[in-house]
Design a protein around this ligand. Structure first.
Ligand code: PAF
Length: 312
């Protein structure tokens, strides 16, 4: 007997719908092939097309028109890319998933940790995957998307159904022309990215500077080693043996290669949005406490950024 999946007619290339039309969502939508992409509306006025200009890493300007598509429309997606902020993911997905087939893979692009695990626990039978990307994108205004730097993306399953769908999802995402890898250990890759975010984002938000400028700031220099020791001790508990000095090197390498960029957290503070601190240093502090490990610096940075958000 045909499985429900094989009985659904699948056009080629695979249809990917994007939930979350921020910088990262717009980046994927811009590169996915025409007719096989769409944004899922989250507001009443999101109808017709979402139009913006893509500025490629070589400076070329391309007009982009992505349709707003209801998830219940005839073209059921082959894949759902979730590019909402970590704190919005559960609510946004709850609204959408009732319209999607149970076998539609859900690919989570959120920063930090915690939101992915909540989704995987909430829908254990659905294919849930996580993606870690180094693609750089930002939106200087509502109509422009800057693809600041070419990167790479790693995708891996967070549950057994997600692992089964992994190669299908990699093929779907690779139809964009962006570089996509299948990642057998996505949990560790998420932890590596988390450590880098924890060492860059809060400092850029608090000091209010581009990524590269933190490296000479007394506030960063005073706290970075203790921060890295806290993170390394937690990573040890999570099965990743990494020295604090290695973490510092990785943080500083990313800060240097993205020196002129404004981090997502600094941008959130500047624009009066809620930051993802709860899922970055907040998650680390909470996990450290759970394992009776020191968390002073992670806790201090979390509280500081939350206070900045409150007054922004
Ligand atoms: O969150 C961000 O903005 C980026 O992931 C990072 C690592 C700070 C580099 O710009």
């Amino acid at each position: 007997m045909a499985s429900p999946e094989s009985s659904v007619h699948r056009p080629d290339p695979p249809v990917c719908l994007v939930l979350g039309a921020g910088a990262l969502g717009r980046l994927w939508a811009a590169y996915l092939p025409d007719n096989s992409r769409g944004f899922i509306p989250r507001k009443r006025d999101q109808t017709g097309h979402c139009r913006y200009a893509l500025v490629t890493p070589t400076g070329e300007i391309r007009p982009v028109n992505v349709p707003w598509r209801q998830p219940a429309s005839p073209d059921i997606p082959d894949c759902l890319l979730v590019t909402t902020k970590a704190q919005d993911t559960l609510t946004a997905l709850t609204d959408v998933l009732q319209h999607l087939l149970p076998q539609t893979p859900i690919v989570l692009f959120q920063n930090g940790m915690g939101s992915q695990q909540v989704v995987a626990a909430q829908w254990p039978d659905r294919p849930v995957l996580a993606a870690v990307t180094t693609e750089g994108a930002n939106r200087p205004d509502a109509d422009t998307l800057i693809h600041a730097g070419l990167g790479e993306t790693w995708v891996g399953g967070l549950n057994p159904a997600g692992c089964k769908a992994q190669s299908r999802v990699v093929t779907a995402l690779a139809s964009s022309g962006l570089i996509v890898h299948s990642e057998p250990d996505i949990a560790q890759r998420l932890l590596r990215k988390l450590a880098v975010n924890a060492g860059i984002n809060p400092f850029t938000a608090i000091i209010d500077c581009p990524n590269g400028d933190i490296l000479k700031q007394p506030f960063y220099l005073e706290h970075i080693d203790e921060l890295c020791r806290e993170i390394a001790a937690l990573m040890h508990h999570k099965g990743w043996q990494v020295a604090a000095s290695e973490l510092r090197q990785q943080i500083e390498q990313v800060a240097r290669t993205t020196a002129k960029n404004t981090s997502s957290m600094r941008s959130d503070i500047i624009n009066g949005r809620v930051t993802e601190i709860r899922f970055i240093n907040g998650w680390i502090a909470q996990e450290c406490q759970r394992h009776h490990l020191p968390s002073r610096v992670n806790h201090m940075l979390t509280t500081w950024v939350q206070d900045l958000s409150a007054i922004a």
